[in-house]
Ligand binder design. Structure first.
Ligand code: PBG
Length: 329
């Protein structure tokens, strides 16, 4: 061994480090989440996500062109639903003229090659801020998946390339795949939030969409009856394999950093691409620490993104996409 083996030889210069580098992030790795609101000329910064904005449709056009020019080729759309359109049935979610449906068309018009993914879940449309329809304090699984599949179909009709169910109801991938096939949308893909944990890191996102679960009679203010327990590992593999059997093209782990063991487990267990969502709270933590001068923003950002990819992510949904590609391209 030593001194024949000196591991530092392979670290001794920038050039050799480039040569032996195992994980490299590139613009091709990213999915860019976009928050969309009604109105004109709106670009509102999200208080708990400094540097991240809600855009009205006219601004979205400009934004996706900019993303495309930076080499970013996929977006994941979320809409902030006006309060008066929220209910306990997801009626607005399947409105062909709804904000999401218009947003899909806007993006496709602006940049036809941009891959458009859409969030499929009822929480932004729910008066209670939950991902399902509620009756007597319970989230109704099958009633919810029936609406989710209609919602996915309406996104497909508007031109979405992939639908991304983030609700964690049982059987929703099967219901969505079946309806898409029945209606002739064979090429519309499904990116399933398969291992989505009941995480405390989603707070800033719920600020962005004003979608936090509300205090109401008999309804838990958390999502623990459908999102996964952070303590569980084998369950994540089970969820992912079931979603693939039901028809998911891509599975996802969410959040990222605290769940890199899960990412690696799933990467080893499945043979479809694995996505990771670096969520709003992860973004906010880095921004806050950097603002305080306690962490070096760019270095920490790139280290975390690299770690997510190294763990097994084939793609990363990240609020840092734009900032990161500016540094790495
Ligand atoms: C909606 C949804 C959430 C996120 C993505 N889709 C919030 C939640 O489940 O409460 C969180 C994303 C983030 O925090 O960045 N179902």
């Amino acid at each position: 061994m030593y001194p024949l083996r000196r591991n530092r030889r392979l670290r001794s210069s920038e050039s050799i480090r480039f040569l032996v580098r195992e994980t490299v992030i590139s613009p091709n790795d990213f999915i860019v989440p976009l928050f969309i609101v009604e109105g004109k000329n709106v670009k509102e910064e999200i208080a708990s996500m400094p540097g991240y904005f809600r855009y009205s449709l006219d601004f979205i056009e400009k934004e996706v062109k900019e993303l495309w020019d930076l080499g970013l080729k996929s977006v994941l759309l979320f809409v902030k639903v006006p309060e008066d359109l929220k209910d306990n049935a997801g009626k607005e979610a399947i409105n062909p003229e709804g904000l999401m449906q218009r947003a899909i068309k806007t993006v496709k018009n602006a940049v036809p090659e941009m891959l458009v993914m859409t969030d499929v879940a009822l929480d932004p449309y729910s008066q209670y801020g939950h991902d399902g329809i509620i009756d007597d304090g319970k989230i109704l699984n099958d009633d919810t998946t029936a609406v989710l599949s209609e919602m996915a179909l309406s996104h497909a009709k508007a031109g979405a390339d992939f639908v991304a169910p983030s609700d964690m109801m049982d059987g929703r991938i099967f219901e969505i795949r079946s309806l898409l096939e029945d209606e002739g949308f064979h090429d519309t893909g499904i990116l399933s939030y398969s291992a989505k944990y009941a995480s405390a890191f989603y707070g800033p996102f719920r600020d962005a969409l004003d979608s936090a679960p509300v205090e109401a009679q008999n309804i838990p203010r958390d999502k623990k009856t459908y999102q996964m327990d952070p303590s569980n590992r084998e369950e994540a593999i089970r969820e992912s394999i079931m979603d693939i059997e039901e028809g998911a093209d891509i599975v996802m782990v969410k959040p990222g950093l605290c769940y890199l063991d899960i990412v690696r487990d799933i990467k080893n267990a499945v043979n479809v691409p694995v996505a990771v969502y670096q969520v709003s709270g992860e973004y906010a933590m880095i921004k806050a620490a950097a603002e305080k001068g306690w962490l070096e923003h760019d270095a920490v950002m790139l280290e975390q993104l690299t770690a997510i990819k190294r763990a097994g992510a084939d793609m990363i949904a990240s609020y840092f996409a734009k900032e990161a590609v500016k540094l790495i391209s």
